[in-house]
Design a binder for this molecule. Sequence first.
Ligand code: ADP
Ligand code: ZN
Ligand code: ZN
Length: 668
Amino acid sequence: MAHCILRIAIDTPLNSLFDYGWPHEEGVPPAVGQLALVNFGRREVVGLIVEIAQETEVPADKLKNAIAVRSQLSPLSPQWLALAGFAADYYQRPLGEVALPGVPKNLRVSTTVALDRALKKMAKLPPPGDPAPVGMPPLNDEQGEAADAIGGAQGFTPLLLYGVTGSGKTEVYLQACAQVLARDPQAQILILVPEINLTPQLEGNIRARFPGLMLATLHSSLSEGERMLHWLAAHQGQARIVLGTRLAILASLPHLQLIVIDEEHDPSYKQQEGLRYSARDLAVWRARQLGIPIVLGSATPSLESWHHAFTGRYRKLELRERAVRDAVLPSVRLLDMERDKPKDGLTGGLLAALRLRLERGEQSLLFLNRRGYAPVITCEACGWISNCTRCTSFMVLHKPEHRLRCHHCSLELRIPRHCPTCGNVDLQPLGRGTQRFEEGLSAMFPDARILRIDADSTRKKGSAQEAFDTVHRGEVDILIGTQMVAKGHDFKKLTLVGILNPDTALFSQDYRASERLFAQLMQVAGRAGRAGLASEVLIQTRYAQHPLYAAVVRHDYDRFAMNLLEERHQAALPPYMYQALLRAEAPELATAIAFLEEARDMLPTDVVTINDPIPMTMTRVYNVDRAQLLVESPSRPALQAFLKEWLSLLRALKSRVRWSLEVDPLDI
Ligand code: ADP
Ligand code: ZN
Ligand code: ZN
């Protein structure tokens, strides 16, 4: 007979918990929040104890006993379990699928060798050190007010730190952290950044400021061994500051007192596969649950957060000026490509500005969100074009790698010597990516040190960091890159930003495209002139009259955001509407659509609008056709209640069509 029943969450797509017996009379009894090793199917897996019960509906002869409980590890707190529970509920996924990936892999294996070794190592660490900060620069008035507002906030307090690029938001975070750490000898702080490439810079700042404290980082490029050590340091309260990317939102932090979300508007906070959660939204929930302050920082807040600040749910803190003395925001100018015809993609105006920087020994950054050499190659004789055979997309020319590549299914081909349909040997690249600009610039400025930073140039581990270091050391004259270089970096010698081809995003079907483009332009523009050198931003465009560019020229986020919110209100779009997206994929589009039509008609409702299924804009990826169905409601609780019931019906269908649901989708 079992002594007690362990109800265990296991990482499976099945929407249920599983009961196991625990027959041992002796020893410390298991506790909720502990990890346990169990037999599941034919495997041994580690699950999470979420309840300890006396009875089970599993018949006695079917009930298996748990193999072992990881009693050397203190249990995850009820608050942490509640966070995982909320995420599972809100995003409509099973608890195990949410909670267990939040725990390092090395803890989810059948042996405890790695865990025991890590715990031994941890026990030898010096006790949590002195929280006293060193080298704190005096803050300006606005910074000081913001730091005090954050550091002194009591209870759940969401604060929107709206500060222009270079206004010294980092310094505000650090000094607010210092206040929190000084007040409570156990306090822990979680700081999230959107992009892994931004962690080294901030990590350096934090270590320099708090040399006596333990800092743990959590992001995807840690080895499993490192991840476990860092996770344990947070879980055991030794790490006082945890710095990470979105996945760190699920870190176990028993004494969490403050959360900082830097660049809160960044779409990278949204996970785009599996559990499609928003780390920013979960962070706000976590702060409310714990009754602690949370800071959302940005020069271009998301419209969701801006709306909350506007309606008074978030407190707005504003930094209007750049922090470094004499540093002013760069002047922004449009280069009209209709008048100043570009040569090799570069207008005369931009070339002149580049030349001037080279003469002065200052750095330039050219921004283009398109990697590769050319987005497509074509045969002018017969009209053949390099389509991907598996996707609704083109094969992109990667010249240095001598390949055509599909960026969606990773199909790779050698560059054809002649046209596959008519045999013409003169195949032409159409359009320009970063590689082609790099080539053109090298020809035009043979003596300049030119560096390209994009996903292709930084494939090797550590190479991105190396590239950024080269720029910081001043060993680069012209940097050309994708959004990787646009965010957060504090390049001191940069005085020119050229934006090469932003126009395509103006006419996107995605209603969020203009919000994103604006944020991106302001971000990349914000890399210029941070150390007090006069600087400018040049935008090459064929639509010089477009109001979005006018707002960028004026650095006028306020008015731009107000107008966009007004438009969203008129059109009944988020943040005035709550949405969820059901996606289906099948070898034939008709199958996916038929499934979605069935889903559409399943659960009649008056409070939720169920739209008709439509093919996704990029319909086919890797030989699979994809379609989607949007459901929406002005009431979040109504939408949540509907989704719960709807999903249980959908799961019961046992359809062979692959489907998934995303709550609060970003791309629709
Ligand atoms: P943001 O994140 O707001 O774009 P940063 O935090 O990167 O800006 O700060 C921009 C620059 O200003 C950095 O070089 C930083 O060291 C400097 N800085 C910040 N606060 C101050 C201050 N109070 N006095 C002098 N320099 C400052
Ligand atoms: Zn041809
Ligand atoms: Zn493809």
